[in-house]
Design a protein around this ligand. Structure first.
Ligand code: IPM
Ligand code: MG
Length: 371
């Protein structure tokens, strides 16, 4: 049976999204030539780029295409140009619609410290060297999507803003299972994070995660932690964690914090996964954790590594190409060991390079590794 090409929808989005995606395209091209992998790559608009062209942060056509392809790779969305738009029209809505309609409930955000970058962290080197933690963020529920929501004007003329933090048992259980399954391939330790001391949704979260653990994963290790304490522990002693599982909003914040442990937001990839269907297929979207960084967009300063490592997560989780994923990760390691740095991870005595020169170096390194 001939194997079908792997279909990828690339949505570069706004700001540095376009630059970093350009470097990933070159690496994908290298894999096609050098490793005989066949991709069908299409490209579309999301965020501000789509607003400018179509007056909406995501068209129905692009949404439909995202549902059809094997995997989506997204750059970044947003920028000051679109900040004053109505909430429903903002660039971020395009990304949130993709997550919600593709039902990508499990967001994997690994924070790995490369040896070459341990000193680039704002924390002491010994605290972060060798760090390898995985944050699993629930991505389609909680306060991001809860109803009621909105801003209303009260009879006395004052205004009231409302959002709702809400979770159901299936929503909690399915993301807990993803965390436990991943922990099983790692050190087997899961820390579940909420605010059960002040929120009912947190109490339910804790109970349901515990139940899934007791019934299905009791051979692993489970601990519970309040989110504020977790934020503190992440900078005090991050290596105590293996897998962290938490809700949408806490996960948003804790993953930015964890990213900085690695030296830069420019280093953190992510995978957003849906449930596996009867045919074994699983919807997936991959994106760097960093934003569109409008202040440096177009100046060649962007770090393409988070987007590239998001692509390598795609190879691993969507295409079962662990060897090719490892090859890319090895190329990244070697290029960093060789002393090349984009501005965000620049250190004394290293060579500061542009987005494109970093891409050139990666291609050369891949050639070397494959020779
Ligand atoms: C992220 C981002 C998004 C989020 C924004 C862009 C909507 O911060 O992916 O972490 O809050 O989820
Ligand atoms: Mg965020």
């Amino acid at each position: 049976m001939a194997t079908r090409n792997k279909s990828i929808l690339m949505l570069p989005g706004d700001g540095i999204g376009r630059e970093v995606m350009g470097e990933v395209r070159r690496i994908a091209g290298w894999l096609e030539k050098g490793r005989g992998v066949a991709f069908d790559i299409s490209e579309g608009l999301v965020g501000g780029a789509s607003i400018d062209e179509h007056n909406t942060p995501l068209t129905d056509e692009t949404m439909a295409e995202a549902m059809e392809v094997d995997a989506v790779l997204l750059g970044a969305v947003g920028g000051p140009k679109w900040d004053d738009l109505d909430f429903a029209l903002k660039p971020e809505r395009g990304l949130l619609r993709l997550r919600k309609e593709m039902d990508l409930f499990a967001n994997l955000r690994p924070a790995i410290v490369f040896d070459a970058l341990a000193e680039a962290s704002t924390l002491k080197t010994e605290l972060v060297s060798g760090l390898d933690i995985m944050i699993i963020r629930e991505l389609t529920g909680g306060v991001y999507f809860g109803e009621p929501r909105g801003i209303e004007t009260l009879p006395d003329g004052s205004r009231r803003g409302v959002n709702t933090q809400v979770y159901t048992t299936p929503e909690i259980q399915r993301v807990a299972r993803v965390a436990f399954d991943l922990a099983r391939q790692r050190e087997g330790r899961v820390c579940s994070v909420e605010k059960a001391n002040v929120m009912e949704s947190g109490v339910l979260w804790r109970q349901e995660v515990q139940k899934v653990y007791d019934e299905e994963y009791a051979d692993l290790e489970l601990t519970h932690m309040y989110a504020d304490n977790c934020a503190m522990q992440l900078v005090r002693n991050p290596k105590q964690f293996d897998v962290i599982v938490t809700d949408n909003l806490f996960g948003d914040m804790l993953s930015d914090e964890a990213a900085m442990l690695t030296g830069s937001l420019g280093m953190l990839p992510s995978a957003s996964l849906g449930a596996t269907d009867a045919t074994g297929r699983r919807r997936a979207l991959y994106e760097p954790v960093h934003g569109s960084a409008p202040d440096i967009a177009g100046s060649g300063l962007a770090n393409p590594l988070a987007c590239l490592m998001s692509f390598s997560m795609m190879l691993r989780y969507s295409f079962d190409l662990a060897d090719d994923a490892e090859l890319i990760e090895r190329a990244v390691t070697n290029v960093l060991d060789g002393g090349l740095r984009t501005a965000d991870i620049m250190q004394e005595g290293k060579a500061k390079v542009s987005t494109g020169v970093m891409g050139d170096a990666l291609l050369r390194e891949l050639d070397k590794l494959a020779a």
